[in-house]
Design a protein around this ligand. Structure first.
Ligand SMILES: [Zn+2]
Length: 407
């Protein structure tokens, strides 16, 4: 059944114009009213009205005099990014992280807390709520916090707010994380799949930050997923699970996955798979330095010290990851593929092998026109991304901001 989107009314147009200006103000430091009119195609009067509202709400500053065409003087306008704060939260299998950011993505606080997702959602959600409440209360007087963004591991049915595969999250499929956390706060809360959040962080703040194009962020930790950003917007698909490459087939006769498919990429490409394969391989490699310790970090350093077992396991891992990347590149023809998550701690040697595995299976014209790199973001890209999701949502719905500020 198809549902029609409601018609665009005048308020929607106003909201759209406002978010268009916010987008421009975020992408460049200083604008003039004339420059904004030129860049958006909107009338000068419309721009002036919106900027006056933004000045009232403390969203922009007027700064100095700029000299434009024919030496005309005009007042500079810039986004007051430090006026407001948003909270970003990342839920993972054995920890959650929480950060406080301003509208320009500057981090003011960051904390990681252990949880045990296997023990069910109750205790973990209680801990998360407590940490968020602490931050909200600390900033309540200044009315600074305008939104909360929460990144959830997948497969995540975004529309329902539910994680769907239960092995690592028993009991979590029975609840809507979205409803649980939304009702706990009087500040708008937004939810996103973790790889999508990281993809947005990369789009805004990565080395190849851009205005247009297609970026695919491959996120490899204890699972593997991806986030797809097309011209600045996340591509989510029907149920919100687009980019779930962990459940695409890379070996047709591979083992059955709990998703119903066979030989899923996630079976071969996750830190869990790495540890499992090293453990299974130890019997044939008694000399391996991994005999004593086969944690993920030890596997990476063994790989970089030419340990034969680590080398074999990681090369097999990269062969399958290469298949997964080739599938996604042929499906979306991105100009940028960024690899993030724990896996990049293995360093440049891993990237070089991955590149040759991808190159081998792609048309040269495609390979040569696709950048494949590790994420350049130094901090927790998922938490940063979660905060950006909240910032974008609030700024796109400025009526929410008005309500929050009682103006
Ligand atoms: Zn699967």
């Amino acid at each position: 059944m198809y549902t029609r989107k409601k018609g665009t009314n005048l308020l929607d147009v106003q909201e759209m114009n406002r978010s268009l200006l916010i987008k421009l103000l975020r992408s460049n430091n200083v604008w003039t009213r004339a420059g904004l009119a030129k860049a958006t195609g909107l009338k000068r009067a419309t721009i002036s009205n919106i900027i006056n509202d933004f000045l009232d709400w403390g969203l922009v500053n007027e700064i100095g005099i700029l000299y434009g065409e024919k030496n005309r003087r005009s007042i500079g306008i810039s986004l007051r990014s430090d006026k407001y704060r948003v909270i970003g939260v990342r839920l993972s299998r054995n920890f959650f992280s929480i950060g406080l950011f301003d509208l320009a993505g500057v981090e003011y606080s960051y904390k990681v807390e252990k949880i045990d997702a296997l023990a069910g959602p109750d205790i973990a959600l209680k801990k998360i709520k407590k940490e968020i409440t602490n931050l909200v209360e600390k900033n309540r007087q200044q009315k600074k916090i305008i939104g909360i963004g929460i990144a959830i591991p997948g497969p995540y049915f975004r529309n329902e707010g539910r994680i769907v595969l239960m092995t690592e999250f028993p009991g979590w499929d029975k609840i809507s994380i979205k409803n649980e956390l939304k009702k706990a706060f009087d500040i708008p809360v937004y939810f996103e799949h973790d790889a999508n959040a990281a993809a947005i962080a990369e789009w805004w703040y990565g080395t190849h930050s851009r205005e247009s194009g297609t970026l695919i962020f491959i996120f490899i930790t204890e699972g593997v997923g991806s986030g797809i950003v097309i011209d600045g917007n996340l591509y989510r698909g029907n149920l919100g699970i687009a980019g779930e490459i962990g459940h695409t087939t890379v070996k047709a006769d591979g083992p059955k996955c709990e998703c119903g498919n066979n030989g899923c990429l996630e079976h071969y490409c996750s830190t869990i798979a790495l540890v499992r394969e090293v453990k299974n391989g130890l019997i044939n490699y008694p000399q391996s330095i991994l005999n004593k310790d086969y944690s993920v970090n030890s596997i990476f350093s063994a790989f970089n010290s030419e340990d034969k077992l680590a080398d074999k396991v990681i090369k097999e891992f990269l062969k399958f990851l290469g298949y997964g990347i080739v599938n996604v590149v042929n499906s979306f023809n991105p100009d940028l593929v960024i690899i993030g998550g724990e896996i990049i701690q293995a360093g440049p040697k891993l990237l070089e092998i991955l590149k040759s595995s991808v190159k081998e299976h792609l048309l040269p014209e495609i390979y040569n026109n696709t950048i494949l790199e590790f994420s350049s973001l130094k901090s927790d890209e998922v938490v940063l991304g979660a905060s950006l999701i909240a910032i974008n949502k609030v700024l796109q719905n400025l009526s929410l901001l008005k309500e929050h500020l009682n103006i």
